[in-house]
Design a protein around this ligand. Sequence first.
Ligand code: MG
Length: 390
Amino acid sequence: MNPDPVAAIEVYVVTLVQEKPYLGSLRPGETVNENGYFVRHGNQTVYPRTNRSLVVRILTHDGVEGWGETYGLVAPKATAEIINDLLAGFVIGRDPIDRESVHDELYNLMRVRGHTGGFYVDALAAIDIALWDIAGKRTGRSVAGLLGGQQRESIPAYVSGLPEDTLTQRCELALSWRERGFDAVKFASPVADQGPVQEIQSLRQELGEEMRIACDLHWAYSPDEAIELAKAMAPFSPWFLEAPVATEDIEGLRRVVEQSGQRIAAGEEWRTVYEAGHRIDRGAIHIIQPEMGHTGITQFMRIGRYAEAHGIQIIPHATIGSGIFLAASLQASAALASTASHEFQHSIFEPFRYFTGDALICENGAYTVCGVPGIGVEPSTEMRKCMQAV
Ligand code: MG
């Protein structure tokens, strides 16, 4: 195959306007500041009132087009500037077939300055996904095909977040998803107004014994608090508990794994196999949740394969985005034998089905994995109206 180097990189902020904020209405005392951000009191985390994502389009000299995406929720222009000012100059002229070595070279450029995560690695993720997309299109293979082959035609999906204002409404929403063929849900402790124990008790009562119910603890507890909470939730059989303690507290996470009696999931905020490896090596995790928007395909697969080799289950995270990194996540997840399920952000996915083709389908409790070349999606005319070049 003749080389077909990268000719241009374009970066776009995509605005994803939602009536209700992610995780539901703002609670008393939560207000949007002049830059459009607010802090959830339940987890002291900042969210934008209007969701955004950062999309990258890479073009080759022969006109092959690749799409990538990374987090754009907070300060998206910071990541855009890293791509435009720094990374583009090292990607233009490279052959996308060499996507993994390009990724490693870009990562190495800023290692000694401590940029081994954060906005820098997010920028790498967007470029990485777009290069894999081009590699797939040039070889006529889906990304799963390039990764060694699609191991399944569908991936079980769990319904994430129940963005309603009262527990009764959240139970009704969960019930409506069960009626649509989904057998697993996850609720978020920061917006469980009567506390996570009451939340899971009510959900269990409404949904019955068969439904799997996970709880996202949003890093909000000390190890001792998380262990106590896990024991209080035990009678209601949680499927897994997610992110119980601060991300820096690896020893605390290990202690929760050891003493809580529950299956512990984590990893949506990690970007590389190095970060995942520190936890896996110490037995500080049962289920890993790689997020494609942070990892890109290259690091997602390294994390996934490291997890598989250590007997860790993979249940990828799905963050707020346009759907490009979700499509990439499904491709990579389909290439890993240990993928048990995949998050389904219905409140994001359903309003923003902005794609040509049928690569993103989630029905009857499962995603369908698409076999067309590349990641399988590209923005529709409608989505392009929401994209602003930066
Ligand atoms: Mg989470």
